[in-house]
Design a protein around this ligand. Structure first.
Ligand SMILES: [Zn+2]
Length: 277
């Protein structure tokens, strides 16, 4: 859905809200951030209009995931709060987003970083666990690594959105890439991914490839994971944006072309049955 259509839809929504004032219609849903309940767990500050159990297993998983991100990526995380706004349902979530952020693309959840705040907007639905793991991972990363390239930011979020214990194996992406390989229409290109404009929405194919590069780096060989950790540490301390040598150049120094290694990695995962649902 393009941006102008979303702006138009937001206008229609706000006009409908005005026209129906005083009537019991869906447009009267208060378009505001959830704020009746607040729950603070380590770096995460949850805001909701419904009570969340303090020991909810999903929240426990997000806390544990913080340790995973830190340990697996060799990052010392910050204590900067990540404000997580949990909308009770899709209607309240979309009503709020359409009204205040009509420029946002159509999604179930968002992570937003400003100069002063890290914020997640998410709706409590069937896929809230995956959405929270994804968006909160962005929060953990952005609280300590400035200038994270878009492909790596999304690739890591897609890796860590998978439930714990699956070592980042995102089956939907693996299926998609395996099918594209079978059809002969996928040629990985990390340099192209790295040139993507952060203001543009990534396609599903680009998300899948970003995940595959991250999974390859994290899971194929210890030296590849160490290359990623070194790169992230250097990004953390770089003095100006773009000063750190990209991962793609580092991979080019290896004896085998990185595209070949990535395709082998994906085919190996698929052969192990990782692509089956
Ligand atoms: Zn994301």
């Amino acid at each position: 859905m393009n941006r102008s259509w979303r702006v138009f839809r937001a206008l229609v929504l706000s006009m409908a809200g005005l026209l129906s004032a005083g009537c019991a219609t869906q447009w009267q849903t208060p378009l505001k951030l959830p704020n009746q309940h607040t729950l603070v767990r380590e770096q995460l500050v949850f805001h909701s209009d419904f009570q969340i159990p303090v020991r909810h297993r999903l929240i426990e998983e997000l806390i544990a995931r913080r340790g995973d991100v830190s340990r697996r990526l060799g990052l010392t995380l910050s204590d900067e709060p990540i404000n997580v706004y949990l909308f009770e349902d899709n209607e309240q979530f979309e009503g709020y987003i359409w009204k205040y952020h009509p420029e946002y693309p159509e999604r179930r959840a968002f992570f937003v970083k400003t100069d002063t705040r890290l914020v997640v907007y998410v709706q409590w639905g069937d896929r809230v666990a995956e959405d929270l793991r994804h968006e909160v991972t962005h929060g953990y990363l952005h609280s300590v690594v400035p200038n994270l390239p878009l492909w790596l930011d999304e690739g890591l979020a897609e890796y860590f959105e998978v439930a714990r214990g699956r070592r980042g194996l995102n089956r939907a992406h693996l299926d998609l890439l395996t099918e594209r390989l079978r059809r002969g229409d996928w040629q990985p290109d990390l340099e192209r991914l790295a040139r993507l404009d952060p203001r543009q929405e990534m396609t599903l194919d680009e998300y899948a490839e970003a995940w595959a590069w991250v999974h390859f780096l994290m899971e194929s060989r210890p030296e590849h994971a160490e290359m990623l950790r070194t790169y992230l540490r250097q990004l953390q301390s770089e003095e100006r944006e773009g000063a750190t040598e990209p991962i793609s150049s580092r991979l080019r120094r290896l004896p085998v072309p990185p595209e070949r290694m990535l395709i082998d990695h994906v085919q190996h995962l698929a052969a192990r049955g990782g692509g089956r649902r």
